[in-house]
Design a protein around this ligand. Structure first.
Ligand SMILES: [Ca+2]
Ligand SMILES: [Ca+2]
Length: 92
């Protein structure tokens, strides 16, 4: 098999890619930490991203940007439906 850059890139993608079941489990685990167990507060989102998807914060966007992008209805929390935007980013 030809190794090299292509293989390394695939490995990075695999490391962040999760199944829908895993992502739901992750959402529920962090959403349950405080307040509404079905909603992620900004603090909960921060913990989730830092622990599970730290590479998302390596680009130009900050956690504030990410939170604003996800919280479509602007209620200050991210529902599982709103979380799907992040799921799409991760699985790209
Ligand atoms: Ca919560
Ligand atoms: Ca919201």
């Amino acid at each position: 098999m030809e190794a090299g850059d292509t293989q390394a890139h695939e490995d990075i993608k695999m490391s962040i890619k999760k199944s829908p079941e895993e992502l739901k489990g992750i959402f529920e685990k962090y959403a349950a930490k405080e307040g509404d167990p079905n909603q992620l507060s900004k603090e909960e989102l921060k913990l989730l991203v830092q622990n599970e998807f730290p590479s998302l914060l390596k680009g130009p966007s900050t956690l504030d940007d990410l939170f604003q992008e996800l919280d479509k209805n602007g209620d200050g929390e991210v529902s599982f439906e709103e979380f799907q935007v992040l799921v799409k980013k991760i699985s790209q």
